[in-house]
Design a protein around this ligand. Structure first.
Ligand SMILES: Cc1cc2nc3c(=O)[nH]c(=O)nc-3n(C[C@H](O)[C@H](O)[C@H](O)COP(=O)(O)O)c2cc1C
Length: 238
């Protein structure tokens, strides 16, 4: 391992060496045979930048605007759960990094620190990512708490009617801690002899019937978030 980490691949190798295998696999792994995970990397390799030579690039502007917030470059922090599995400071450190880089952090529904703890820790511009459970009161509770804590938008995750079958987590019998944001609302502990309690928990709680109808339901409870546009064709179905 080089003394100084200079790129993302080296960070990944460093993490592999530093973390317990169970947690490294959780962060690095994908579902089933991991076709999509591999494609994610391969497809980026197909993008080649064409340099324009003899152009004055002494003054370049990468900054852009997201929902009215100016960020330093078109790069934001995507929601990823349970940062504390990697480091005790978890999402508090991630939020500090977002503030230092002048970008936006999207806090995961499944964060290790609560909505309120992350909000109190620094002044980064924050969005909150929402999973919609069968128990809709959970979504309402979290949207209201996010709004009260100064989160600027709700990022609705729409691709998880079921959690992908993450084979590494099953083999490792991954046990995830109680989700901080759900303390006092519901238990996320699932005892499963088959292995990963994460898959069992997620598939019991997620709402597979989630569709566009849920969007206004959620937004009505978040005044900041009323500027949602519906695709007319979808909207007409209701
Ligand atoms: C370890 C890990 C945890 C994740 N946790 C969440 C999560 O809690 N909520 C969510 O909406 N997406 C989650 N994601 C998905 C990411 O936000 C992101 O969409 C994914 O890495 C794919 O990136 P892409 O959409 O740019 O391909 C997670 C991804 C990883 C790798």
């Amino acid at each position: 391992m080089a003394d100084e980490i200079v790129n993302v691949n080296e960070f990944q190798e460093f993490a592999r060496q530093a973390l317990p295998k169970m947690y490294y696999d959780f962060y690095a792994g994908g579902a089933e045979d991991e076709h999509t995970l591999k494609k994610n990397v391969q497809e980026f390799q197909r993008i080649i930048l064409l340099p324009r030579v003899l152009v004055d690039v002494s003054n370049i502007a990468l900054s852009t605007n997201i929902l009215g917030y100016t960020i330093s470059a078109p790069i934001m922090i995507a929601p990823t759960s349970m940062h504390k599995l990697a480091h005790p400071e978890g999402e508090l450190a991630t939020a500090r990094a977002a503030a230092a880089c002048n970008t936006i952090m999207t806090l995961s529904f499944g964060s290790s620190y609560s909505v309120e703890e992350v909000a109190a820790s620094c002044d980064a511009v924050r969005f909150f990512q929402l999973y919609v459970y069968k128990r809709r009161d959970i979504a309402v509770n979290l949207v209201q708490r996010a709004e009260k804590s100064g989160y600027k938008a709700i990022v609705l995750t729409a691709d998880t009617p079921r959690l992908g079958r993450r084979e590494a987590d099953i083999k490792n019998k991954l046990i995830v801690p109680q989700l901080k944001n759900l303390e006092g609302l519901m238990s996320t502990e699932v005892v499963s002899v088959k292995g990963s309690n994460f898959e069992a928990y997620a598939n019991e709680t997620m709402d597979p019937s989630l569709c566009w109808r849920a969007v206004p339901y959620t937004c009505m409870r978040c005044p900041l978030n009323r500027r949602v546009e519906y695709r007319a064709s979808c909207h007409n179905q209701f």
